[in-house]
Design a protein around this ligand. Structure first.
Ligand code: MG
Length: 390
């Protein structure tokens, strides 16, 4: 039998829950059969989503037009949080592998926890389910952070104690293109932005053609991502000196991650900072990379999400390594999650949602290219109407 006291308690919880509910959640509840759980059991729902890119995206080694994505939602006690797994093909995860992994999370992890606040233990249990599946793990981690932030009524940059005014400008990526006209179109598309990131690592003639073409019309700062494309350390160092003369300010992953000694040799002599991307997946990689690179590029899809990314920030800073935050082609869910860490970063490359033609969420805003962190709970997300069903 429900007593008056019980009723008031329940009513209080529900009122508090509704007060913190985002318009997006109310929208989702109205339009979707997958309801937000009001029980004190963690409920995980997900939906496959095909990200469509505005341009064909070419980096050293591959070319593609779309990205498979899985959107997740964790709900508990009338609150909810969104997460995302974004899977460029080279990482080896698919929507099917993420779906299988999330089923394991539902069966083996969530029943052991009766509240979302044990982020550390929940994510360690999720991590133990398999060796890889880092994007699938990130989709749980990001939803969990959004959920907890929503329950607390605070954004993560604030919970972590970061100064939002220190958030950097993001770079905007110009991929390789054989057509000068197409590169000009991409530069026009990026005219709002303050920093350009250029993908190199093709032949010397093609790399120099890209830079000369851009420099002929554009004086904005440029950072370079060679995506492991340069094959010889002497050539790479010569190229870096040439790039410095063109006003380039940083180099990401000059050679294959398997040539760490060669990269350490380059780093020792380079006039520009050398940053690890493909070489740096998770927290434990930092120990090996210390001394071989000036810094690391953290990406949530590589490192299983916000919890481990936060730990990577602390370790890299303790080792006096430089920090960059990057992304895959992601919706505003994962971009807004990564943005929470951005005040600690020297460089941010959080343009993944701008490369998508069908972003399904509103989240972190760029103002003249600067990452702008708002005072909204969780990750500050709102689904765009009519795109996803969660
Ligand atoms: Mg990179």
């Amino acid at each position: 039998m429900t007593t008056r006291r019980d009723f008031l308690k329940t009513a209080g919880v529900l009122t508090a829950a509704t007060a913190f509910m985002k318009p997006s959640d109310i929208f989702a509840q109205k339009n979707n059969p997958k309801k937000i759980s009001t029980s004190k059991k963690l409920q995980l729902d997900w939906e496959n989503f095909d990200g469509i890119m505005k341009f064909t995206f070419t980096v050293s080694g591959s070319s593609r037009k779309g990205t498979p994505i899985v959107i997740t939602r964790l709900s508990w006690n009338g609150y909810s949080g969104y997460g995302e797994a974004a899977m460029p093909p080279y990482l080896g995860e698919t929507q099917a592998s993420v779906n299988d992994f999330l089923k394991k999370v539902v069966e083996n992890v969530l029943p052991k926890f009766d509240n979302p606040f044990c982020i550390q233990d929940i994510m360690l249990a999720v991590d133990k389910l398999s060796t890889n599946n880092t994007a699938a793990k990130a989709s749980v981690d990001i939803a969990l952070h959004d959920l907890v932030g929503n329950v607390m009524g605070q954004p993560w940059w604030k919970i972590w104690g970061f100064d939002s005014s220190k958030a950097p400008y993001t770079s905007y990526t110009i991929g390789y293109d054989a057509s000068d006209e197409m590169i000009n179109t991409k530069l026009d598309e990026a005219n709002w932005n303050k920093i350009i990131k250029v993908k190199l690592g093709m032949t010397e003639a093609e790399d120099k053609r890209m830079i000369n073409l851009i420099r002929a019309r554009d004086s904005r700062p440029i950072i370079i991502d060679a995506n492991q494309g340069w094959k010889d350390k002497y050539y790479a160092l010569d190229m870096i000196h040439w790039l410095k003369e063109q006003g380039i300010s940083m180099i990401e992953q000059p050679m294959s991650k398997y040539y760490l000694d060669d990269i350490a040799w380059i780093t020792e002599r380079s006039p520009l900072p050398i940053i690890a991307d493909e070489s740096c997946q998770r927290l434990t990689d930092i120990r090996t990379l210390h001394g071989a690179y000036h810094g690391i590029n953290i990406k949530l899809m590589k490192c299983t999400g916000m919890r481990e990314a936060r730990e990577m920030v602390s370790l890299a800073k303790a080792l006096h390594m430089k920090l960059m935050i990057g992304c895959m082609t992601e919706t505003s869910i994962a971009i807004s999650a990564a943005a929470q860490l951005s005040p600690e970063m020297e460089w941010a490359d959080l343009d993944g949602n701008y490369l998508l033609g069908n972003d399904c969420f509103d989240g972190m805003k760029l103002v003249d290219g600067k990452i702008t962190l708002e005072d909204k709970p969780g990750l500050g997300l709102t689904p765009k109407p009519g795109i996803i069903k969660l």
